[in-house]
Design a protein around this ligand. Sequence first.
Ligand code: HEM
Length: 228
Amino acid sequence: MKHDHSPVLPGHGATDYARYMRTDTLLDLQRSADEAIHRDELLFQVVHQSTELWLKLATAELTEASTEVSAGRLPVAEALLARATLAVRLVTDQLEMLSHMSPVDFAAMQPALGNGTGAESPGWRGVQAASRQLGRAFDGRLTTQGITVADLHPAGTADPLDRLAEAMVEWDERVSVWRVRHYQVALRTGGYPPAGQPGTPANMLAKLAEHRFFPELWQARIRPSAAR
Ligand code: HEM
């Protein structure tokens, strides 16, 4: 049987795939070979742009997870948080592609970037704001249930609040793993000297790898379990 592939959706593009996925626009977002001052700009833009997309998803899932926490639907929040965590794992993996660029190639394309820095990434900013929002929603939930962080036992229990706390620790850890990997990419591809001098970019990145959104939940894990 022959399938009819003629487009039925509104919008631009020769096929429904192109119209729904907006591939014409998407694939036009990278500098052409004519515009680029270095051939690796495509690699660099693809890694960054796809990171922004995954973090857009992570932010949306985290934001909805906060709403679910406030509503007391903790297993739903945990499932949404797992999606956000997987998104961060994927963007950590794609940092590997940048190891294919040498510091000399990176320096050659740097004029194309202007004063731009990943610190201005809307994806990472969104993730940070949404993580803080999740922390506030979780604190609110503890208050509603009349308990404190000291009553939690995140590691190894089946209680929905404990399980969510453990998922939040996992999230924290995955963000930190991204930062550790990013720090190493900055050294290897950016050619920065390793951390040591206070105030240098490498020092700042190394310090940030220790950052935790939910330090009190990490603390809660090391207390022995007791029945609640
Ligand atoms: C060749 C690749 C890369 C190099 C050499 C590099 C280098 C750096 C450096 C030196 C900093 C410190 C702040 C500054 O001086 O601007 C920084 C910060 C940052 N970069 Fe990158 N970076 C690279 C790739 C990426 C990618 C793919 C992303 C993803 C969006 C990213 C996101 C960030 C973020 C969010 C910060 C703020 C620090 C943090 O939150 O941990 N960078 N980067």
